[in-house]
Design a protein around this ligand. Structure first.
Ligand code: GLN
Length: 489
């Protein structure tokens, strides 16, 4: 085969089992490509060549012994992992100075599942510090560049994972999605990203940002690859009390666009208002037209609480973050900056360990939880969250899935929004409502805009409807075609 790095994840285990391809050979192809090209992208914070090759060799050894690879659905598949998922013995920094030297003593649940399925973990990808941001520019180390245009952001916070898949440094990648951090970078980088239902994937070992919203989420170049990764990581885990016990349904991707026939697709008008780029609007509109021509019924509807999502999220997520990040006090994990007394040590450690956006979130969160304000801010936001979830429940009484833009704009230039938190927060205006409602949502490429940059279509389904949502996404993907690979390399 010409270039091994173009191989999809889904056919990899079969080829390796058949002896057509060595896992080590495949792993080396990705390591070489990453070594040559990642310096101009910055997708990885750390490449674990030794660990990756060891996993690949153990797959090859099995094949050499004549052992079956059945039961290893990801045998030899090359995966990149966002650096807020704990990896045993491999530094996990959350792109923060606070955890710059932190080496976890255990694997996150999703990482355990990957290893048990035979995956080859190539390394840890860049993110906005503690997953707070939409451009990967809040990394304490360096920004990640978009392979479609290196002067632009790949989105965030899982920008390193999105760029790794788009640039073919890995076949698939894990990210985390709290308010859009997998879907938005997937859209801006021309790949597929699924945020499963809240509680569908264990959060064990995912460094907590906003615990009532955080979801470990798969990314890949195709819906089929994302479905493969999703099946490997989803399911019950007793170590996360919010992890759902119900069995995981397999997605049936055999129907292609036929799955769209008779499907009721809701188009909520609130997602098509002010602030939506003309480029994005026209790509999404033509995607919807194609879906309709394939036999789906488009149903225009209203979700009246959509406009409250941004304010609700930016009360709840910082409140939870301020509490979760209290553990970084110089005593147990990560950085410790000595001072004359205990309070001084806390202050110096947190001042030097956290970047500006993280400090901003801690201040916002502490304020909205403080005595005298908690009811007016945190309590009220909780109640509005219920109304937002109710909008989704009511919509799903009428339609099977919802279709919206994933991001109101295409990838924006690096630096353009870094000084303006509100414009950065607006990047997630379409992805926040499903996060607040806990429902699953996937971003699939809807082609390139007039700018030549990828546009994403977000499909949203009812709670625990991943199997059907992936089948619909697959139908849409086969209808719209893939965006292909960026041409920079
Ligand atoms: N961009 C959003 C934020 O900054 C969402 C981040 C995420 O999903 N982790 O909070």
């Amino acid at each position: 085969m010409a270039d091994l790095t173009t191989l999809d994840a889904s056919s990899t285990p079969r080829r390796i089992a058949a002896g057509e391809l060595g896992a080590t050979e495949l792993c080396r192809a990705f390591l070489d490509r990453t070594a040559a090209l990642d310096p101009s992208i910055g997708a990885f914070l750390r490449v674990d060549a030794e660990g990756a090759l060891a996993s690949a060799r153990s797959i090859d050894a099995r094949v050499a012994r004549g052992d079956s690879l059945d039961g290893l659905p990801l045998a030899g598949v090359v995966v990149a992992v966002k650096d807020n998922l704990s990896t045993r013995g491999l530094r996990t920094t959350c792109a923060s100075r606070m955890l710059a030297e932190y080496v976890p003593p255990y694997d996150a649940h999703a990482v355990e599942r990957l290893r048990a399925a035979g995956a080859v973990i190539l390394g840890k990808t860049n993110l906005d510090e503690f997953a707070m941001g939409s451009s990967t520019e809040n990394s304490a180390f360096f920004p990640t560049r978009n392979p479609w245009d290196r002067a632009r952001t790949p989105g965030g916070s899982s920008g390193g994972s999105a760029a790794a898949v788009a640039a073919r440094f890995s076949q698939v990648a894990l990210g985390s999605d709290t308010g859009g951090s997998v879907r938005q970078p997937a859209a801006l980088s021309g790949v597929v990203g699924l945020k499963p239902t809240y509680g569908r994937v264990s959060r064990w070992g995912l460094v907590a940002f906003a615990s009532s919203l955080d979801v470990v989420s798969p990314m890949g170049a195709t819906v089929e690859d994302v479905a493969l990764l999703y099946a490997a990581i989803a399911g019950a885990d007793a170590r996360d009390a919010t992890c759902a016990l119900r069995p995981v349904e397999r997605a049936d991707l055999s129907l292609g666009p036929e799955v769209l026939r008779g499907l009721r697709v809701g188009v909520p008008r609130e997602y098509f208002g002010d602030g939506l780029d003309a480029d994005v609007a026209s790509r999404v509109r033509s995607a919807l037209d194609a879906i309709e021509r394939a036999g789906a019924q488009l149903v225009e509807l209203s979700m009246p609480h959509t406009r409250a999502s941004l304010a609700t999220y930016y009360v709840l997520a910082p409140a939870e973050a301020s509490s979760n990040l209290a553990r970084f006090d110089g005593v147990r994990y990560g950085l410790r900056v000595e001072a004359d007394d205990l309070r001084g040590m806390y202050g110096a450690t947190r001042d030097q360990g956290f970047g500006a956006e993280v400090k901003l979130r801690i201040l916002l969160g502490t304020f909205s939880l403080s005595a005298g304000y908690a009811e007016a801010f945190y309590g009220k936001a909780q109640r509005v969250r219920t109304l937002i979830a109710r909008d989704f429940a009511e919509a799903f009484a009428k339609v099977d899935v919802l279709a919206t833009p994933t991001s109101p704009t295409v990838a924006f230039p690096l630096g353009e929004r870094s000084g303006d938190p509100l414009s950065m927060y607006l990047a997630d205006v379409c992805t926040l409502p499903p996060s607040l409602a806990g429902v699953p949502a996937v971003s699939v490429p809807a082609g390139l805009g007039a700018s030549g940059l990828p546009v994403g279509l977000q499909l949203v389904g009812p709670l625990f409807s991943e199997a059907r949502l992936l089948a619909v996404a697959h139908g849409v993907e086969s209808l719209l075609g893939r965006v292909g690979a960026p041409s920079w390399s």
